[in-house]
Design a protein around this ligand. Structure first.
Ligand SMILES: *Cc1c(COP(=O)(O)O)cnc(C)c1O
Length: 474
């Protein structure tokens, strides 16, 4: 039989399906509508190539045409599955991290979703005035509402807060100096590092004070003929505690006015109202900074505000108008879907129903006992349904949710968690099964158990997450 060794691969290779044969198979016919002819043909070539290489390693096996075609179909199906797994798809966030940047930050309110789907996604009044039948102002309504809600003279909306900071620094500080405390030279997730943004914008950094303490006198000493601006950055994802000092916005504003320079505050998380009753005492409120005299303030639309990705710049009329007329605005402006969702989100603030309508504020405002009630109700339903699945153990335990999104890093919200464990499967396997369900459920593992935090699970998704849990390890 050894003599067959050299001939075997050739026989097998001759039995491999051709691309055309594979494309005529049942599996290919199931994929073609979604993938399209050309892309499917490319996948088929790749599937056959993969199979050819596998055979090369295992040349002694004799194989029929039929079984090789079946194998090629399998490879084709897995290539297609792997491709569609990378699409943007809905997930259920059971991590308890409310503003989860990897999972798309703020989930939009029902009204914001409707505004995108029903109003903005087709032709719409983005830059059209129905009264005059002529060109209208992009973002006008969202800007008016933001002015009302923050007390600012004027507002401009751009793509995100990083764009806002870069824009403000470029337009008002390029070629000059920006004074900033050493305690605020922070990195805010990924690629946003304050010193790098400053240098990209063409402004020179003049750092003052120390990491934990910076005094008004430190700023005063640093202000010179080249100074254009005092920059204050909310450290967001990091907190200095203990022996600390920072001048107030009002003190810095007075200093800026005295020297005829600007005070710009990058707030980041952007609470539109005081969230201290929900345990977020350190989050700056936009209107307070405006009231205290900041000339320009920027913040994200998809952090504590709970809207779409956007960067909001509020402040003095003359400054905002200068930004609006700057050629960079065209490159940084927000799109129609974002503007429509932002308008709808702001309407909820205007009618004072943010805590009930906007998911982020609703989730942050849930008390431990509200969550406990919900978890007990949900747990009972699960118990009834999983009664037959004796392998699965479900327990309610104390835990903590997080604000996330680089906001309130020191704040942890008390919650009740569903702790799942399985008699025959490790937690990693359970977690993976939940992640593979449809829609995927994203959970975390603590002490060998999978934890489900209902704080971040939208009420409408409860049935789906229950179905996924019921299926575990049956
Ligand atoms: C989050 C944050 C940013 C970046 O905002 P994006 O909207 O993610 O671009 C900038 N500055 C501060 C202070 C932040 O907290």
């Amino acid at each position: 039989m050894r003599s067959a060794k050299a001939a075997a691969p050739n026989t097998i290779l001759r039995n491999l399906p051709s691309v055309d044969e594979l494309l005529r198979s049942q599996s290919a016919r199931e994929i073609i509508d979604a993938a399209g002819e050309q892309y499917l043909a490319a996948l088929a070539r790749k599937a056959i190539e993969i199979l050819r290489q596998e055979i090369g390693k295992d040349a002694a096996n004799d194989r029929s045409k039929e079984s090789l075609l079946a194998d090629a179909e399998d490879r084709l199906k897995s290539l297609w599955q792997a491709e569609i797994k990378t699409e943007i798809k809905k997930v259920i966030n059971a991590t308890g991290v409310v503003i989860h940047t990897n999972l798309g930050r703020a989930p939009l309110s029902d009204n914001a979703r409707r505004a995108i789907a029903d109003e903005a996604s087709g032709y719409c009044t983005l830059e059209y005035n129905l009264e005059t039948g002529k060109r209208g102002k992009r973002g006008g309504r969202a800007e008016r509402m933001l002015a009302e809600l923050t007390g600012a003279e004027s507002v401009l909306v751009v793509n995100n807060c990083a764009a806002a900071a870069f824009f403000v620094l470029t337009v008002f500080a390029s070629g000059g100096e920006v004074v900033i405390s050493r305690g605020e030279l922070v990195e805010i997730g990924g690629d946003f590092r304050v010193p790098d943004v400053l240098s990209q914008s063409g402004a020179a950094l003049r750092e003052v004070g120390t990491t934990n303490r910076t005094k008004l006198a430190d700023y005063e000493k640093a202000v010179g003929v080249h100074t254009r601006m005092i920059l204050r950055v909310h450290p967001s994802n990091y907190k200095i505690v203990g022996f600390t000092a920072m001048p107030t916005v009002a003190e810095l504003s007075a200093l800026a006015k005295k020297h005829k320079i600007l005070l710009y505050e990058d707030i980041g998380s952007g609470a539109l109202f005081d969230l201290s009753e929900f345990g977020l005492a350190d989050e700056p409120v936009v209107s307070r900074s405006i009231e205290a005299g900041a000339d320009v303030v920027s913040f994200s639309g998809d952090k504590l505000l709970g809207g779409p990705q956007s960067g909001i710049i509020v402040g003095r009329l003359d400054l905002i108008e200068k930004l609006r007329k700057h050629p960079l605005y065209r490159a940084l402006r927000v799109d129609k879907l974002g503007l429509a969702a932002l308008e709808a989100t702001l309407e909820a603030y205007r009618r004072d129903s943010a805590t009930s309508e906007i998911p982020v504020t609703r989730m942050l405002s849930m008390t431990e006992s509200e969550i406990a009630e919900r978890v007990v109700r949900f747990g009972k339903k699960l118990d009834e349904a999983t009664g037959k699945n004796g392998n699965l153990q479900i327990e309610i335990v104390d835990g903590l949710s997080a604000v996330g999104g680089g906001a309130a890093p020191a704040t942890q919200l008390k919650t009740k968690l569903l702790a799942l464990s399985h008699r025959r499967m490790p937690a990693e396997r359970l977690e993976h099964l939940l992640r593979s369900s449809d829609p995927p459920v994203i959970a975390r593992i603590v002490d060998g158990r999978v934890m489900i935090d209902l704080r971040t699970v939208l009420e409408d998704d409860e049935a789906e997450i229950a179905a996924s849990i019921q299926c575990l390890g049956k």
